[in-house]
Design a protein around this ligand. Structure first.
Ligand code: ATP
Length: 421
C-alpha cells in the first residue's frame, strides 16, 4: 500500500461584488502548481457554508484541495500565497482572505467545526484558536476572515455530493455581456437533464448556468456525474474565447444546510430546517408580492414566507388551505420568517362544511342560531344545525413535493430531481 502524506489547502474570501471568484483564483493556483509538477490528489472542492453568514459576497463558498506533502510543499505554499496576494480583491473592505495549510488527520473535532460553519456563526478568533489547536498553518490577509471558511472546506465530509464545471472568461471580457449560444444550452439541457440540473429556469426563461455578476465565471454546469458534465461542456457553445475551466466536487444541492427538527418551537433565527406543520390560515399576499401564512404544531407556530423572487411558487402556495399538513424545508431569515425552499404535502384538508341542499335543489340558509336551516325557495325547514361535509377539488397532491424555481434557489437546496440521492 502506498501511503501518501497529504497537505490540505483551504482558501476563502478573495472576491468582491465587483470581481474575482475564489474558484477562479483556486483554478489559477491549480494550473500554476501543475506547471511546477505538483498535481492535485482528487478533484478540488467547492464547499457552500452557512447561507446566512453576514459577510458573504454571494453564495458563501470556500475552496479546498489536497496535494502531496513532499519536497515540493514549500514551493506549493509559496505559489498559493503569491496567487492570493496577486488576485484577491484587496481594495474591497469586505474582502479578507484566509488560507489554511493542514497536514494531519481529519479529526471528529474538525468535522464538527465544519458542520458548525454550515449551521451557525463562527468568529475569526474562534477559527484561529481552533486552527492552532489542530496544528494548522494559518495565513490571514487583512482581517483574515477567510480562515473561517477555509478550515471548514478542508474538513467537511461529502457523503452526498455533486459536481460543478466552471468555465472562466478571458480577463479582457470581464464586466461585458457574456456571449453564450442559448440554443445550445437548451439542447444541452434536453440531452443531459436530470444528470445535469439547474441549467435553465423554464418558467422565467432564464439561463441559470450564466452568472449575472461581473465575475470571471463564463458559466457553471451542475451535475451528478462527471460523464454528463463533460458531455454538457461539449454541447454548450460560447461565442467568446474561454480562458480555462475547472471541475469541482461540491456540497451544492445536497440539502446539507437543512437540519431535521421535531418541533417548530425549537427552530431558531438563521437556522435552516425540515419541519412538519399544519397550515393555520389562507396564504395572503402583501405589497411587494411577498406571500405569507402560518404553520403550527403542538409546540408553537411560525410565519412562513414565499417571497416575490420565488415567482410562480407563490401560485402553488396560494393553493394551501387551513388544515393541510406539510413537511417544509427552508431557513429562518432576518425577519424571523421561515422562507420556504420546498414542501411536501403530507395531508390535504379537502373537506369544507356547507349548509345542506334542500330537496328542491336550492342551498338552505340558517334559520337562526341553533334553529336549523330553512329553504327560501320552497319553505322547507330542517331542525339540525349541522353543516354537511363537501369534498373540494384541490390543485395540490398528497405526497407530492413543490419547490421554488431555479432562479430563486439556494446553492445548497436539493432540487426535486435529486431527491432520491
Ligand atoms: P463567492 O460565493 O462569490 O465566492 P462568497 O459569498 O463565498 O463569495 P466570501 O467572499 O467567501 O463570500 O465571504 C464569506 C465570508 O464568511 C468568508 O470570510 C468566510 O470565511 C466567512 N464565513 C463562512 N462561513 C461562516 C460562518 N458560519 N460564520 C461566520 N463566517 C463565515
Amino acid at each position: 500500500m502506498i501511503i501518501i502524506n497529504i497537505l490540505y489547502v483551504g482558501i476563502d474570501d478573495t472576491d468582491s461584488p465587483d470581481g474575482m471568484c475564489t474558484t477562479f483564483l483556486a483554478s489559477e493556483i491549480i494550473s500554476k502548481l501543475k506547471d511546477n509538477g505538483i498535481e492535485l490528489i482528487d478533484l478540488p472542492r467547492l464547499i457552500r457554508l452557512n447561507p446566512f453568514a453576514r459577510h458573504k459576497t454571494r453564495g458563501n463558498g470556500a475552496v479546498s484541495f489536497k496535494i502531496p506533502l513532499d519536497e515540493k510543499t514549500d514551493l506549493a505554499k509559496k505559489i498559493i500565497l503569491d496567487e492570493v496576494e496577486r488576485l484577491a480583491m484587496f481594495d474591497c473592505d469586505n474582502t479578507n482572505p484566509g488560507v489554511i495549510f493542514y497536514d494531519g488527520e481529519i479529526t471528529h473535532e474538525m468535522v464538527d467545526y465544519s458542520f458548525r460553519a454550515i449551521y451557525s456563526f463562527i468568529t475569526i478568533d474562534e477559527a484561529e484558536s481552533f486552527a492552532e489547536s489542530i496544528g494548522a498553518e494559518v495565513h490571514k490577509f487583512k482581517k483574515g476572515r477567510g480562515i473561517i471558511g477555509s478550515l471548514a472546506a478542508i474538513a467537511l465530509p461529502l457523503e452526498d455530493f455533486t459536481y460543478e464545471l466552471l468555465a472562466y472568461r478571458m480577463a479582457e471580457n470581464y464586466g461585458t455581456p457574456r456571449n453564450i449560444d442559448y440554443d445550445s444550452v437548451y439542447e444541452m439541457d434536453k440531452e443531459t437533464f436530470p444528470d445535469t440540473f439547474e441549467n435553465i429556469d423554464y418558467n422565467e426563461g432564464y439561463i441559470a448556468i450564466e452568472p449575472k455578476t461581473p465575475c470571471p465565471v463564463l458559466y457553471g454546469i451542475r451535475s451528478n456525474s462527471l460523464d454528463s458534465l463533460k458531455r454538457a461542456k461539449e454541447m454548450v457553445k460560447v461565442l467568446e474565447p474561454m480562458h480555462s475551466y475547472c471541475i469541482y466536487k461540491t456540497n451544492q444541492h445536497t440539502d446539507m444546510h437543512i437540519q431535521k427538527t421535531e418541533s417548530i418551537a425549537s427552530m431558531k433565527q438563521y437556522g435552516c430546517y425540515e419541519v412538519v406543520g399544519t397550515v393555520k390560515n389562507t396564504p395572503k399576499i402583501i405589497d411587494g408580492g411577498h406571500m405569507f401564512f402560518y404553520v403550527y404544531d403542538e409546540s408553537g407556530e411560525i410565519e412562513c414566507g414565499a417571497y416575490e423572487p420565488t415567482k410562480n411558487f407563490r401560485k402553488t402556495v396560494s393553493n394551501l388551505r387551513p388544515g393541510d399538513v406539510l413537511k417544509l424545508y427552508g431557513g429562518i431569515g432576518e425577519q424571523n420568517t421561515f422562507n420556504i425552499e420546498k414542501f411536501q404535502v403530507l395531508d390535504l384538508n379537502n373537506i369544507k362544511y356547507e349548509n345542506p341542499i334542500c330537496e328542491c335543489g336550492k342551498r338552505m340558509t340558517s334559520a337562526g342560531k341553533n334553529k336549523g336551516f330553512k329553504c327560501k325557495k320552497c319553505g322547507r325547514k330542517i331542525k339540525s344545525s349541522e353543516k354537511v361535509p363537501v369534498e373540494i377539488p384541490r390543485a395540490l397532491e398528497v405526497n407530492k413535493f413543490y419547490e421554488t424555481p431555479v432562479s430563486a434557489r439556494r446553492h445548497l437546496a436539493k432540487p426535486l430531481c435529486r431527491m432520491d440521492f
